[in-house]
Design a protein. Structure first.
Length: 187
């Protein structure tokens, strides 16, 4: 490996260490989204570090064909320390503004969708339910009124016929009612 390749390797690994610090800082800022689940937290942490290791090795592979040396780890550590000491606070403010802006955009589109799509659908469905309920209530009332109107002549005819029947008629009809009750019980 030539001296220029080693120099490019060190510079790229220092920059990769700074990238690692920035990505870890961003990952920790986003951690509150999945803090409620311990299992999810550990799975994402492992996936994050595996992805970062793959990215750093890909950069190393592009620069010096993936040859690992001790000074490469020191260069990544120096880049990480450089990010922590020089850029972390400014980067943290930028990430906070970015996250805040994304949340405002998300809330804006959420409200737009809620106002334009969800609320009209809910209104239309509730209007249909109310209309159907009213129609069934009116139909039910109409059927009850119709039964009362049609039932009145039937009641009058039954009362007239019952007054015309002799007084001992129930005694003769009682055996038929017992037969009917037996048939009814067997069904």
């Amino acid at each position: 490996m030539t001296l220029s390749t080693q120099f490019i390797t060190i510079i790229s690994m220092v920059l990769s260490g700074a990238y690692l610090g920035a990505s870890y800082h961003t990952f920790k800022r986003m951690e509150r989204l999945w803090r409620s689940s311990i299992l999810w937290k550990y799975v994402l942490e492992i996936l994050f570090w595996l992805l970062q290791a793959a990215i750093l090795y890909f950069v190393l592979f592009l620069v010096n064909e993936g040859i690992l040396r001790f000074y490469i780890f020191l260069a990544v550590l120096c880049g990480y320390a450089m990010f922590k000491s020089l850029f972390e606070q400014a980067f943290g403010r930028i990430v906070d503004v970015f996250i805040h802006t994304l949340l405002k955009i998300y809330r804006f589109f959420y409200r737009i969708i809620e106002i334009i799509i969800v609320k009209p659908i809910v209104f239309i469905v509730s209007l249909i339910v109310v209309c159907i309920t009213k129609v069934f209530t009116i139909l039910y009332s109409f059927i009850l009124l119709l039964l009362k109107v049609l039932g009145w002549p039937v009641k009058m005819i039954i009362s007239i016929l019952s007054s015309l029947l002799p007084k001992n008629t129930p005694k003769y009809l009682l055996p038929f009612s017992r037969i009917y009750s037996k048939i009814k019980r067997k069904d």
